[in-house]
Design a protein. Structure first.
Length: 290
């Protein structure tokens, strides 16, 4: 497989500046890959190459608050409507009316928001291990096991103390949790080093935690509209953070949805089984032109 060069640029969108990695032919159908916590654009590097090889134009932004992108200081600036507007502006800045969007973890939460609030901006939706915010809220209220899995969200609400704890000893707590929650050492070596560098950017950790602070302070959601675009949900059932039943609960809001569950993989399935994930994603996206 030929290696496509990855270029980098800063794009103004929704009142902020996002750092964006890009590759693939400029005339290809646009695919935007949205990372989650505690990742950055580099988490998608191998996926970008596969998609570019298939002829897609691929963008992987550092989302608001992360790595090299702008980092507003107030948690109110990290509500899902603002995060979705960032990506809608990114589509427009690339001269497109819409794009295929794939997201993992918090990136998937943003993708869900775009599909429901800005459906004209999205062609096909790929979700990896994350429910919509309103589905998550309803599920957590009625399933104590999920509340237990989500304990860290409450800790993240404590300013300064949570940052100091996570930063201490070269982000030891974050490194340990990342490695414990995945299989096969997928975050060893260079991949972990890239994350450490991204976490160490000025104000990046506070920016990432502000997503959680905004969700608790300003994120109560009433039941939102169904997703009308074709949707593929990929879910690793050994997720340390999300109950596997959230996968089927998420499928229920999709008018054209398909769910594939993987009993042997975790929250980090996109890394643990990159080829499996990309085979399914490419097959799904290719259907848009058939």
């Amino acid at each position: 497989m030929n290696t496509h060069p990855i270029t980098h640029e800063y794009i103004e969108t929704n009142g902020i500046r996002l750092h964006v990695a890009a590759c693939g032919p400029p005339e290809g159908e646009l695919v935007i890959l949205l990372h989650g916590f505690p990742e950055y654009w580099g988490a998608w590097r191998p996926h970008m190459q596969r998609l570019a090889h298939e002829g897609y134009r691929v963008l992987a932004p550092d989302q608001r608050g992360y790595n090299l992108s702008d980092k507003p200081s107030h948690p109110r600036e990290y509500t899902t409507d603002k995060l979705a507007a960032d990506i809608a502006g990114l589509i427009q800045a690339n001269g497109r009316a819409h794009a295929h969007i794939a997201g993992h973890d918090w990136g998937a939460a943003v993708a869900w928001e775009i599909a429901r609030a800005l459906p004209e901006r999205i062609s096909r939706l790929v979700i990896i291990n994350c429910p919509p915010t309103d589905v998550m809220q309803r599920f957590a209220v009625t399933h104590p096991r999920q509340l237990f899995k989500s304990w860290y969200i409450l800790f993240f609400q404590i300013p300064l103390i949570s940052e100091m704890t996570l930063k201490s000893f070269n982000f030891k707590c974050m490194r340990v949790q990342l490695l414990r929650s995945c299989t096969g050492g997928v975050f060893d070596g260079d991949k972990l080093d890239g994350h450490l560098k991204a976490w160490g950017q000025p104000h990046a950790l506070t920016g990432a935690l502000n997503w959680y602070r905004a969700a608790v302070r300003y994120g109560f959601r009433k039941k939102l509209a169904h997703v009308t675009c074709p949707t593929l949900i990929l879910w690793g059932e050994k997720d340390h953070f999300l109950d596997a039943r959230l996968a089927s609960a998420s499928l229920e809001i999709c008018e054209q949805g398909r769910l594939i569950q993987y009993p042997d993989y975790t929250h980090w399935i996109a890394h643990e089984a990159s080829d499996v994930v990309m085979d399914e994603m490419i097959q799904f996206l290719d259907q848009a032109t058939q």
